[in-house]
Design a binder for this molecule. Sequence first.
Ligand code: TRP
Length: 345
Amino acid sequence: MTEGVQTSQTADFTPRVFSGIQPSGGLTLGNYLGAIKRFVDMQDQAFETIYCMVDLHAITVWQDPEALRRNTRELCAGFIASGIDPEQSILFNQSQVPEHAQLGWVFNCVARMGWMKRMTQFKDKAGKNAENASLGLFGYPALMAADILIYHATHVPVGEDQKQHLELTRDIATKFNHDFGVDFFPITEPVIEGAATRVMSLRDGSKKMSKSDPSAASRINMTDDADAIATKIRKAKTDPDALPSETDGLEGRPEARNLVNIYAALADTSVDAVLTEFGGQQFSAFKPRLSELAVDKLAPISAEMARLMQDQAEIDRILARGAERARTVAAPILKQTYELIGMVG
Ligand code: TRP
């Protein structure tokens, strides 16, 4: 879809973006290119933008309390260092806005067991040990729908892996509207685009770049300094062939595709444009250019994150202020929801 285009299903609502990231630690280049950088782009378009550190989602799996606090603040620093302006956007952590959990409960009563059981991410995350997974992990997508709909958000930038949860969000909104005979919740549009919405491991182009990969060389962390970034790109897995001049030539070459995608996303250009420039060249020529670009874009962000992390009180003030602003949007929507469903109050 095209950003900012209103469909009939969202036309009556203020164009508003919501997205969230879990403060579970270890921000990577994948989080930056797949999420945060796109959040910054949308902030600069004709949207109200609301970005959330979803700490209530993080605790669906065990989190050490001290680590959760640190990771929440570090994620906030990452947002700001990457260009999210806490004046322009609403930036906060989820647990400071109780309306998320409150609407989440209502949606637990709207969503059907059959819908929830189809969620592939639960199956992936719970794995063979589903009996021992938390009930929260199973119910998580209903809370995610609440995160979005408590603001009547019309657009949600997410990675490919969240597409099914966005479909569930639309199903919940549709069922709620139908059950109560209203047009109250928008049918939110997912915004999935950009060359590197899915950044892959630098060691294996068929696996997603992940903070939990045992190989540190597989990922670039947002806290990496210039040397670390350059070393990891130099060592990134490639194949022996030159870069192709056209996208078709990336077929069956996952590592080459990944590095080209990363270049395109960092340079704000298309894969085609990158291949027009580098087609026919060897990785020995391409990698130094990619490294230079990555250091140029990322090293200032990691330096700024480190600086922001020195002043924890300031980060906490920003989050508290963001939560206050978020509540001014969320509280009236929760109130109307309660009225629609027949709560006395
Ligand atoms: N489920 C998302 C993830 O794991 C995080 C998330 C929670 C989210 N609530 C959201 C993303 C609302 C977009 C909108 O990445």
